[in-house]
Design a protein around this ligand. Sequence first.
Ligand code: NDP
Length: 293
Amino acid sequence: MTAQLTDGSAVLIDGKAVAAQVHERVRLAVAEWLAAGHRAPALATVLVGADPASEIYVRNKRLTCEKVGIRSAPNHLDADISETDLLAVIDGLNADDAIDGILVQLPLPKHINADKVIERIRPDKDVDGFHPYNFGRLAQKTPTLRPCTPFGCVELLKSTGVPLAGKRALVIGQSNIVGRPMALELLLLGCTVTIAHSRTRDLPEEVGRAEILVVGTGIPEMVKGDWVRPGAIVIDVGINRLPSGKLCGDVEFATARERAAFITPVPGGVGPMTVAMLMENTLVAARNRAGGQ
Ligand code: NDP
């Protein structure tokens, strides 16, 4: 277990430490892959425009690639690139045998239909796990490339060492990249799953029943600490920047940690896991493309 006892009642789930373990696992597996005579797995990153946050995310992903032995191939495109031209870039990467994974950094500029771009990526190179094929595989209990953030949350849940099967789990948020795939992952873990969203009635009551709570709404501290079931595992996916510049999650951390058994901090919880699982997915994609070796 990579969690540390805190001065409150909850054990903090240390996302940086769990991510470091995933990096090390991938680094060793890549080294073995090279020793077996294969070329390094390769991740193409596609960044459109110059959004500072997106630039940081992509740079982070590329630095982590370097750390674990994955080759990264950057594609930095102008903000005014047409949808047709962007699709042509994707087609080129799809056809390039030297590329195993394609990462299109979201959000894309408004004039580009992101769903269309995601669906254009070859499913076996879709290392973000957003393509309907990969989503469908997860829904049908045969996951291949799994959406990175929920996949990372699974690693964090497992890191607690608590048996997860049979637990009552609540996911707040039903987006395609967080809430929905998270619910499917929890089902795979054997949990009894409820999904809450903006039209859910009696949210505090739902939260009060949850032994596992995963929150991804994008609303700072919307889940109040005194809603949390004593002894729950709380995974806070939210990353919100307050006017003060400070980051906070979607859960009221200071009070929730008094009731939860385990809780993720923000930052340093789910955040580092998303990139770690992208590395894992790129390795899986390289192996699958080489015939599942
Ligand atoms: P979306 O805006 O796509 O989805 C938000 C969800 O929250 C929706 O399903 C919405 O419901 C639900 N919601 C909104 N208001 C309420 C409410 N009052 N009660 C219950 N549910 C509500 O966001 P994302 O899923 O993309 O992201 C969620 C959060 O996770 C954000 O803070 C984002 O920054 C963070 N994030 C973090 C990542 C990481 O690496 N750690 C990666 C991705 C996201 P409805 O569908 O009914 O509108």
